[in-house]
Design a protein around this ligand. Structure first.
Ligand SMILES: Nc1ncnc2c1ncn2[C@@H]1O[C@H](COP(=O)(O)OP(=O)(O)O)[C@@H](O)[C@H]1O
Ligand SMILES: [Mg+2]
Length: 315
């Protein structure tokens, strides 16, 4: 991770929340790289640091240490004024909670105009144009109460794009809608990405969102642990190809039909081995690392390891 590629780049990013005497390490040396115009999702369980990374990338929270850059903006070095300006002009947000996205007594178009008015960038045609892109040309004069949950989130996407941000950040944007609506909203994100060239990051705990994006990264304990990239032969691959799939979780097998899964190495060469794999081999705090031709083999400690490896080879 020492090369400087990526439109968005985090290296060894740390975020510590301090509350009186307590310190919470929300991000613990996270590495992430996203290309301009890419749409990725970040998946992880509750408390893994998803909102923290989004809040740092969006300039809502200050990082504690490490590197974090969005385009030319170095978010670690930014002062408060620069951060405020960055937040207003370079990023758009979509939240899970519809009431955080929309002003209830304004129509769809007035909601989209509001951030432009506040930023002094008001352009009459832009709001209507954006509502057209998200497929709501027929709802411009509706208030949120007269729209479905999915339509409200589409207005939220248009609001997020009002000030022509280069990055759109969405925190569990489909968290409170049904599956059909979720797929529609994901299509809208993909549409704005391809139409406007905006970089989209969707944070979620929903495994099915993985299916909809070309690349997603998994976050665990404040660190990116695995990455999945859509296979070019996604339609051809079958469940059988998962090999020794019997040991893997069903969700892994489903994803391997469409995505190639990778375990990430951090900038120091460390990798996170899934807990289930460690538990199934009785591995706790140390392993034996050996080479076997092209492979690097991780074995449980103890004299048995060498014998295990030889037996495997013979079979
Ligand atoms: N403002 C805050 N003050 C203190 N701790 C926080 C704050 N925000 C998040 N945390 C803690 O940081 C960790 C990561 O939280 P968060 O990023 O919200 O996770 P996620 O969005 O994946 O559920 C959790 O342990 C959470 O309790
Ligand atoms: Mg969260």
């Amino acid at each position: 991770m020492s090369d400087e590629t990526g439109f968005i780049r985090c290296e060894n990013l740390v975020k510590i929340y301090k509350f009186e005497e307590i310190e919470v390490f929300a991000l613990q040396g996270l590495d992430l790289s996203v290309e301009r115009g890419e749409m990725i999702s970040i998946i992880g369980p509750s408390g893994s640091g998803k909102s923290s990374i989004l809040n740092v990338l969006g300039g809502l929270d200050t990082p504690s240490a490490g590197k974090v850059r969005v385009g030319d903006h170095d978010l670690l070095r930014m002062d408060d004024n620069a951060r405020r300006e960055y937040r207003r002009s370079s990023v758009g947000f979509v939240w899970q909670n519809v009431t955080r996205n929309l002003i209830p007594y304004l129509t769809a178009i007035e909601n989209v105009e509001m951030p432009m008015i506040l930023a002094g960038t008001y352009r009459k045609s832009r709001a209507a144009e954006l509502l057209g892109i998200v497929g709501l040309a027929h709802r411009v004069h509706h208030t949120p109460a007269r729209m479905s949950g999915g339509e409200q989130q589409r207005v939220a996407i248009a609001i997020g794009l009002a000030n022509e941000p280069s990055v759109l950040l969405a925190d569990e944007p489909t968290g409170s809608v049904d599956t059909g609506t979720r797929d529609q909203i994901l299509q809208v994100f993909d549409m704005v990405r391809s139409t406007l060239g905006v970089t989209v990051i969707i944070v979620t705990h929903d495994r099915d969102i993985a299916k909809a994006v070309d690349r997603y990264v998994e976050i665990r304990d404040g660190k990116t642990s695995r990455e999945a990239v859509r296979r070019s032969d996604a339609l051809l691959s079958t469940v059988g190809e998962a090999g020794e799939g019997g040991r893997k979780a069903d969700t892994d097998r489903d994803e391997e039909e469409t995505h190639e899964l990778y375990t990430l190495l951090d900038s120091a060469g460390r990798l996170q081995i899934p807990r289930e794999l460690l538990a199934s081999r009785g591995i706790t705090d140390r392993v034996k690392l050996t080479e076997d031709g092209d492979r690097i083999v991780i074995l449980p400690p103890g004299p048995a390891s060498e014998a295990d490896l030889k037996n495997k080879k013979r079979r």
